[in-house]
Design a protein around this ligand. Structure first.
Ligand SMILES: *Cc1c(COP(=O)(O)O)cnc(C)c1O
Length: 395
């Protein structure tokens, strides 16, 4: 079995670049250059220096003793929540801003739903002194006011998308329209392992620092560079791709991908793409997505804005289809309870997205001798209002 992208951008039958003719030149420039740039000594030294001195890497691998005792196995947390800006997304935006500079780009565009990717993009644009335009659905701008404020503080221009449902897919359409209109000086920073080739592979490579660090950290702590299992939540799939990357071919390492079931898989309010999705094309990539019989995208639902995406990256579609990865589904309620458990047992308030990964520990059987890594993709400060409302209404 092969889990590498092929030269046309496919993972098995998933991936590719299904784009309008007018985007061809932009995507082709990126496709022909990304590996050359990423593998150059100059790029590598800049990327590594920023990950170390600006992001704060390597992120610790922490043996969570009380959780381990509770679940009767050895649970290690890969602490992406300790990165600058509080999540794994900065690994990718640092990589892409350096790539944009190497390509001579002076203007950055992005789209964001929850605003987390918008903040990570605005951060690196401020760092490099580049113009930053973030497209965001008008409804999301209202729902995510604190992140909009952060982006503005960082100097980004936040442009509302007023079309359609006024959410992520409408913001994506606006961003694509902008890129078609400004192909020469603009780079489009996509925030997960989604979109047309080469984005899924490029973003997975930037995030692969997560599993690269895990190999030596596990060796030091357990005497083996391989864990028995890796658990990560999947929205588009970038933190999971990064945590799985160096273990894709190590078939004795279980890869556990955790999707948001929302109010439940059968309720019509869910984001469990691997169960509810079917094959089709979304955002330029052939993958699994939630769609009606005539191909209209079904609005996903999850309490966590970062998992509320109607598709899944093509790598994950391939991993699940070939059974290399196991897919687990966690409801809003299960995720909330796990967030509280991790807060009270480890003194760590996880992001709501990450809480889904923790909740999967209740659904999978591990041996007492197993070493299990949970990718702690982000911190929960942004979700405190939800936690207070749903978990602590009377405290
Ligand atoms: C955005 C986000 C996610 C989901 O995105 P992926 O690309 O699937 O990783 C998960 N956790 C946190 C903390 C996020 O901010």
């Amino acid at each position: 079995m092969n889990f590498e992208v092929d030269n046309r951008g496919f993972y098995g039958e998933f991936g590719g670049a299904f784009i309008p003719e007018m985007l061809h030149a932009n995507i082709e420039e990126l496709r022909s250059q990304y590996l050359l740039i990423m593998e150059s000594a100059d790029f590598k030294s800049k990327f590594q220096a920023l990950l170390r001195d600006y992001v704060g890497r390597p992120s610790p691998l922490y043996l969570a003793e009380r959780l381990s005792e509770h679940y009767r196995t050895n649970i290690y947390l890969k602490r992406e929540d300790l990165n600058h800006t509080g999540a794994h997304k900065i690994n990718n935006t640092i990589g892409q801003i350096l790539l944009a500079q190497a390509l001579g780009k002076t203007r950055i565009i992005a789209e964001t739903g929850a605003g987390q990717h918008g903040v990570a993009t605005a951060t690196v644009c401020a760092l490099m002194g580049l113009e930053c335009i973030v497209y965001m659905g008008a409804i999301d701008i209202e729902r995510q006011a604190p992140n909009v404020a952060r982006m503005k503080m960082l100097g980004a221009k936040v442009v509302p998308a007023h079309s359609g449902s006024k959410t992520l897919k409408d913001a994506t359409n606006e961003a694509i329209r902008d890129w078609i209109g400004n192909p020469v000086e603009t780079h489009y920073i996509i925030g997960s392992v989604v979109g047309p080739h080469p984005y899924p592979d490029m973003v997975a490579r930037f995030q692969s620092v997560i599993s690269l660090e895990m190999t030596s950290q596990l060796m030091e702590k357990t005497g083996s560079s391989n864990p028995n299992a890796i658990v990560a939540c999947v929205g588009g799939g970038s933190n999971a791709a990064g945590a799985f990357y160096h273990y894709l071919d190590a078939t004795d390492v279980r890869l556990i991908a955790v999707e948001a079931a929302g109010r439940g898989i059968d309720t019509g309010e869910s984001a469990a793409t691997s169960v509810l999705g079917s094959k089709g094309i979304i955002h330029g990539s052939r993958t699994l997505l939630m769609q009606t019989e005539d191909g209209q995208i079904i609005e996903p639902y999850s309490i966590s804005a970062g998992l509320d995406y109607p598709g899944i990256g093509p790598l994950h579609a391939h991993l699940i289809e070939t059974k290399r990865a196991e897919a687990i589904h966690i409801t809003d309620q299960e995720a909330l309870q796990s967030a509280l458990q991790v807060a009270r047992m480890e003194g760590i308030i996880p992001a709501l997205e990450t809480a889904h990964a923790f909740a999967a520990l209740n659904k999978v059987k591990f041996k007492a001798s197993d070493n299990v890594v949970v990718c702690l993709s982000g911190r929960g400060d942004k979700d405190l209002n939800t936690y207070i409302k749903k978990l602590l209404p009377n405290e």
